[in-house]
Ligand binder design. Structure first.
Ligand code: F6P
Length: 517
């Protein structure tokens, strides 16, 4: 890959002005980039096609954008880079809209890059996605050990699926390719690609979830094999330095022949060097700000009426995938404690929980959904009145405008995961605070706390009373303090946005590539 490619990406830095018009900027960026050699590889695809029935009984094809930080964050990046994205085609209409090689151009409304789908069997999905990825690696990395199980059959299938991804990558790759793996579903694939392609291509991996400490990671029976697979990469990125250190320590402890410089983030293994760096991921702050500014007051009023939210009470908001790592039951218990012990807060604010269903074939996720419903019903039963519903659960998909309205007009956001790689909801909420008056309550155990910790109200999600205190403090915070904190947060989120993240990652790619040649 030539340096011209990097200089065209570097030009992105010029688009940070908060006042500029975002759509025009995006066009400029897209046309200035020619990075067709970037191949993004992830489990989750950015667009899913599915059949739906029309009113007259016909079948039509609809397009969904799956929830989650990875796809939401990388789709705008790929729209600018114009390369190829390889991912599992999990929609029931995916084959219908793809060509015979499994390819479709996206985004549907204005295609700028190629989505190459990988087809997996039901057995693959059961063992690789619902099994090893989400019942071994996900809970292990989030230190949710009671939800962790290791099954050798599932691991074998995980490897086989990684092999399928690796073969697809090899078909697309040229000596110029930069192959960008995403996340924990693909830990073995880099080693496999390296074996087949040799040393020419640049392989990097962004691990979107936490990396645990040595005593936790070594619980995994396949720990060494996973590390070896990942060390096929030239560069591995994590959101924060703590996860980098943990990863380096794991390699040092578990791979005897390795040489590890933890401070420098350099690992040498099998004659190859891998750099390990922290890149805190950001959001497309300008776009979120613009959407927030565009929310029509009337649409917001209708939305509140539709969900039975009293127009005069204040709003506290939670937006999460329904996952046991997000700390939703603990959050609800804190609200319950507040309404129970300090009755003056009854009838004065409503908690809105937007929850997206996720990984529902796994029992722990079904249980979590059930628990959230039960605690919410109990709270509403205990404290609700004819005029006021304390907790409103929204599981329906919301339009962008509705979500923007929720972000903009909620007085307080509760982002309280038990453990989270980063958590982009925290940043989205901040970016949407165009009136500078919201308060963010943020878990100390989320990666985003490293960046935002100074201006948020920090909580330990396991401390129910502490969380209740923070909610009260947020609701009583003087306006001047709210504005001061909010401005600092917004500045930080705009300065460390998605473009800054991309520049950061690819400036290291550029450096590492020069070192390699
Ligand atoms: O953080 C890991 C991640 O891959 C995120 O990108 C995203 O929030 C979520 O998990 C999506 O989960 P799934 O692809 O299993 O629905």
């Amino acid at each position: 890959m030539s340096n011209d490619w990097w200089s065209s990406i570097s030009g992105l830095g010029q688009r940070h002005s908060q006042e500029a018009d975002v759509p025009e900027q995006d066009e400029t960026i897209t046309s200035s980039l020619e990075a067709e050699s970037v191949i993004v590889v992830s489990n989750r695809q950015p667009y899913r096609h599915r059949f739906e029935s029309t009113a007259d009984g016909e079948k039509s094809v609809a397009v969904d954008r799956p929830t989650g930080g990875l796809t939401a964050g990388l789709d705008p990046v790929m729209q600018r880079l114009n390369g190829t994205w390889i991912a599992w085609g999990d929609g029931d209409a995916d084959r219908t809209v793809s060509n015979s090689d499994g390819q479709v151009r996206v985004p549907p409304e204005e295609p700028t890059y190629t989505l190459q789908r990988v087809w997996l069997s039901e057995a693959d999905v059961a063992a690789y996605y619902y099994g090893y990825s989400n019942q071994a690696l996900w809970p292990l990395c989030h230190v949710s050990l009671e939800n962790t199980q290791f099954d050798i059959q599932q691991y074998r299938r995980y490897r086989a699926v990684n092999e399928t991804f690796a073969e697809t990558i090899v078909e697309h790759t040229t000596s110029e390719s930069v192959i960008w793996f995403q996340d924990y579903h693909l830990a073995c694939a880099p080693g496999m690609v390296r074996e087949q392609c040799g040393d020419e291509q640049f392989l990097l991996h962004f691990w979107h979830i936490p990396w645990p400490t040595v005593p936790v990671f070594r619980i995994c029976p396949q720990a060494r094999a996973l590390l070896k697979g990942l060390l096929g990469n030239d560069l591995i990125g994590f959101h924060v330095s703590e996860y980098c250190r943990n990863f380096c320590n794991c390699v040092s402890e578990l791979l005897e022949d390795s040489s590890v410089d933890v401070a420098a983030g350099e690992i040498t293994y099998n004659g190859r060097t891998t750099a390990v760096r922290a890149y805190p991921m950001g959001v497309d702050a300008e776009r979120i700000k613009r959407r927030s500014l565009n929310v029509a007051e009337s649409a917001w009023r209708t939305f509140k009426a539709d969900w039975g939210i009293d127009p005069d009470v204040r709003l506290v908001l939670g937006v999460d995938r329904l996952d046991y790592t997000k700390g939703i039951p603990e959050r609800l218990r804190s609200l319950e404690r507040l309404w129970e012990e300090r009755p003056r807060w009854r009838g004065r604010f409503t908690y809105v929980q937007k929850g997206s269903e996720s990984r529902s074939q796994i029992e722990a996720y079904q249980q979590l959904q059930q628990t959230v419903r039960e605690i919410s019903a109990r709270i509403n039963e205990r404290f609700g009145t004819d005029e006021w519903q304390p907790v409103v659960l929204i599981d329906a998909a919301l339009s962008r405008e509705q979500l923007s309205g929720l972000y903009r007009y909620s007085d307080v956001a509760l982002v309280t995961p038990l453990r989270d790689g980063m958590n982009l909801v925290a940043q989205e909420y901040v970016a949407a605070q165009v009136d500078d008056d919201g308060v963010l309550i943020l878990s100390e155990l989320a990666g985003s706390h490293e960046q935002l910790g100074d201006a948020v109200l920090s909580i330990n999600p396991y401390d129910i009373s502490g969380q209740a205190d923070a909610i009260e403090r947020a609701l009583t915070m003087p306006e001047a303090e709210r504005r001061h904190r909010c401005r600092r947060l917004r500045r930080s989120v705009h300065e460390n946005d998605l473009t800054a993240w991309l520049e950061d990652v690819f400036s290291t790619v550029s450096d590492c590539k020069s070192d390699k040649t």
